[in-house]
Ligand binder design. Structure first.
Ligand code: 5GP
Length: 190
């Protein structure tokens, strides 16, 4: 999506270790008119798929997932990160390895808000190694819900997550795909 690529070129900052900072419009301060356009594109791509739930992980995906849910006319559920290992039976739970912070954490969603009747679109800000999406997919499968696909704002295509998920048959739509990036040369898109 040209608008998004231009914004990443203008305001994105590449850090050592393969991290792109987009805090000025996506991850910290949120540009809501931009989000509206991104969400409209997700809604267009998944038009007619009968999505009745958007699912993301707290925290940085919640903003774009909210606006996407509004465009689709359905609720947004965000999986909570939980430090508690012993979780009661009323939640679906899976594990995620954090790309940005390291370590493994549990994610939980109440069984009240995800079940077999749901047709789910996953939404997240970034796709890197795919751990966050894989954790969410596990929740969807455990709940007996239908996975329609994923809407990603920025895919780091030089990391394996996108390819791995697509090869498993998951529909992944990314609005910007980064082929390579470095502190010296900035960002190159696919
Ligand atoms: P994955 O689980 O696919 O490895 O990583 C996805 C998650 O890690 C996203 O939810 C996002 O919060 C974070 N993440 C991965 N790469 C980046 C990055 O380059 N910049 C930022 N700001 N977050 C990232």
């Amino acid at each position: 999506m040209q608008l998004l690529e231009d914004r990443i070129r203008r305001d994105g900052i590449v850090r050592e270790g393969g991290v792109l900072k987009v805090d000025s419009f996506l991850n910290h301060q949120m540009d809501i008119p931009l989000f509206e356009q991104l969400a409209a594109e997700f809604a267009r791509l998944y038009d007619g798929c009968g999505i009745n739930k958007v699912l993301t992980i707290e925290a940085s995906g919640i903003g774009i997932a909210c606006i996407t849910a509004q465009k689709l006319g359905c609720p947004l559920v965000f999986a909570k990160k939980s430090k508690t290992k012993n979780i009661a039976g009323e939640v679906w739970t899976s594990q995620v390895e954090s790309f940005t912070h390291g370590g493994i954490y549990d994610i939980i969603v109440s069984k009240d808000f995800l079940g077999p009747e749901d047709r789910v679109l996953l939404v997240d800000d970034f796709l890197a190694n795919g751990a966050a999406l894989t954790g969410l997919i596990q929740l969807v499968r455990d709940a007996g819900a239908t996975l329609i696909g994923a809407g990603i704002v920025i895919e780091k295509a030089f990391q394996p997550g996108g390819e791995a998920l697509r090869s498993q048959g998951v529909r992944v739509e990314s609005l910007a795909r980064i082929r390579a990036m470095s502190v010296e040369n900035g960002v190159e898109f696919c």
